[in-house]
Design a protein around this ligand. Structure first.
Ligand SMILES: Nc1nc2c(ncn2[C@@H]2O[C@H](COP(=O)(O)OP(=O)(O)O)[C@@H](O)[C@H]2O)c(=O)[nH]1
Ligand SMILES: [Mg+2]
Length: 231
């Protein structure tokens, strides 16, 4: 097994990250590559759901993964062991990725042959929400054991996203998690959010989520950040 490619990315010196993020989206549009930013707290199942997504979609589209962490290459090694084109970016202690850091990682990954790049962002429900990475699609993974109140406690990330995956639904019988209530909390903050109850372990719900991704790819005009919607 080849060693994982690891790069240290540097924070943007540009004042206007939003402008830079729009520019990156434009560049990716020209390459016809869709960039999906997956955010969540540590352990909610980002790596697991990304693997399941690629397992489902690999016969249809080419997907690469960019792993962003403060340290380690654990998740990138997992991706590579599954034969997935991947790069590990280290953020130099930062708890998020900005558009320039994304660009550095994407350049090293080399996206020419990729239809989709999935970013597994740094595990955190706060900082990643504050920085536009240049992604076309922003996704939050919330897992059942974390509780149905998280959209109330971390509203910004739920406002900024296009889709929420409620993961670990196989664990619903064990936890006091109210699916109806969590959907209400999310939609109150973001009426346009698509919500997918899934289990990365059993595969339940994954088809609907993957069909939604394919549908996003058909939407050609993704120039403006989709989450800049009125909420
Ligand atoms: N029961 C259950 N466990 C899951 C599911 N998805 C992930 N896990 C477990 O949750 C733990 C953290 O998952 P991981 O994908 O590493 O989360 P990440 O830190 O967000 O990337 C691992 O032990 C996974 O096996 C799921 O749908 N159901
Ligand atoms: Mg992970």
């Amino acid at each position: 097994m080849d060693k994982v490619k690891i790069i240290q990315v540097k924070k943007s010196i540009l004042e206007d990250n939003d402008q830079d993020a729009n520019k990156l989206r434009e560049e990716l549009n020209q390459d016809e590559t869709i960039y999906i930013n997956v955010m969540s707290s540590p352990g909610s199942g980002k790596t697991s759901i990304i693997l399941k997504t690629i397992e489902y979609l690999h016969n249809k589209i080419h997907i690469g993964v960019m792993e962003a962490d403060i340290d380690s290459d654990v998740d990138a090694r997992t991706m590579q062991e599954h034969g997935i084109k991947t790069i590990q970016v280290h953020t130099g202690g930062m708890c998020h990725l900005d558009a320039e850091m994304s660009r550095q990682g994407l350049n090293e990954l080399a996206t020419d042959d990729l239809d989709v790049v999935i970013l597994e962002n740094v595990g955190n429900l706060v900082c990643p929400a504050e920085f536009d990475t240049g992604a076309h699609v922003n996704v939050v993974v919330l897992s059942v054991p974390e509780g149905d109140d998280k959209p109330l406690k971390y509203p910004l990330i739920f406002e900024k996203c296009d889709a929420v995956l409620i993961n670990k639904i196989d664990a619903m019988p064990i936890f006091d998690f109210d699916m109806k209530r969590v959907k209400e909390h999310i939609l109150k903050r973001n009426p346009k959010a698509a919500i997918f109850p899934v289990s990365a372990t059993s595969g339940e719900g994954v088809k609907m989520w993957c069909d939604w991704i394919l549908n996003q790819m058909c939407q050609t005009d993704r120039r403006d950040r989709p989450s800049d919607q009125e909420v």
